[in-house]
Design a protein around this ligand. Structure first.
Ligand code: MLT
Ligand code: MN
Ligand code: ZN
Length: 299
């Protein structure tokens, strides 16, 4: 299995257009510190590729990597579809940027499909441009994509809904999933979970046999959003288990046998956006990496 990291930032990116925090200011001064919104691209084994989450940066993300470039036909693209972990705007706004598609396969839970139609009217707005095919991603049951080599299993990890969906009558299930991606030829598996509000037993089951785990690293600690002053909620209150502290995920991530253990979806308030931050050394000592844009994970 071959996975390309297309971006590593939480909503807003780094720098965020209206933010002068230390992380955003540093990224404005040094382009090497910029981070596009979190996303990955995975090969289905036939040369076709799925992106996981369609970020506001998707156009530039596709342009940045040769394996996503169009051709050889004038309107041929290796992009076979978009798999969604949730319906948040930072993971879905890019769908509208793909309006030139001849057809767009969107793979998501029923709840996410309904939220995108009920809130930002995806089908109504994008449908007339790029015919949308909706593929259902059932909770817990794997589906197979492409010619049968890429298996995707959605593991529900929380009922946190996007703000636009607060009043939609869609129940509590299917809002946020971790994805277990497996190459069925050799069993290699990567788990991608950029939004993790809880660590349910089903996630532990999904992590068995995973060679790489890419987890929600939005916030360093639970108080970070309060300290940074952009929210009155804690990290957990915002649907993101922090890296450190009593609810922190670092201990569990470090204990996993996976060869690669990484954090992604970093908020611009996270001190890890600064390369000099001590947190990098602390995590590296425990075998944990911070995902780098453009990196390829080969399993
Ligand atoms: C999140 O990850 O919690 C959401 O993307 C927040 C947001 O962008 O509104
Ligand atoms: Mn987000
Ligand atoms: Zn900032």
């Amino acid at each position: 299995m071959r996975v390309r990291i297309l971006g590593t930032a939480a909503g807003g990116g780094v720098p965020q257009w209206n933010c002068a925090c230390p992380g955003c200011a540093a990224a404005r001064a040094d382009p090497r510190l910029r981070r596009r919104h979190a996303s990955i691209a995975v090969d289905d084994g036939t040369g076709r590729r799925y992106v996981v989450n369609a970020t506001p940066d998707i156009g530039e993300q596709i342009e940045a990597y040769p394996e996503l470039a169009p051709g050889p036909g004038r309107r041929e693209t290796p992009l076979a579809g978009v798999i969604l972990t949730d319906a948040e705007l930072d993971h879905t706004l890019g769908l509208w940027r793909l309006r030139e598609a001849a057809g767009l396969n969107v793979i998501a839970t029923t709840t996410v499909h309904r939220a995108l139609d009920g809130g930002p009217h995806l089908g109504q707005v994008l449908g007339p441009y790029a015919g949308i095919t909706r593929t259902e991603l059932p909770a817990g049951e794997p589906i197979v994509l492409g010619d049968g080599r890429l298996e995707v299993r959605a593991v529900p990890v929380s009922a946190k809904r996007p703000r636009y969906a607060a009043a939609l009558d869609l129940g509590e299930d299917g809002w946020v999933a971790a994805l277990r991606l497996t190459d069925r030829r050799d069993g290699t598996t990567l788990v991608y979970a950029p939004a993790l509000a809880a660590w349910p037993p089903a996630l532990d089951e999904a992590l068995v046999g995973a060679g790489a785990v890419v987890l929600d690293g939005t916030f360093w600690d639970d108080e970070e959003p309060l300290r940074a002053g952009f929210s009155r909620k804690t990290a957990t209150g915002m649907g993101h288990l922090p890296i450190t502290g009593p609810d922190g995920t670092a201990d569990r991530l470090a204990a996993l046998p996976a060869a690669r253990r990484l954090y992604t979806h970093l908020n611009n308030s996270n001190p890890l956006v600064l390369p000099c931050d001590d947190g990098h050394r602390e995590l590296a000592r425990r075998g944990i990496e911070i995902a780098q844009e453009g990196a390829v994970i080969e399993l």
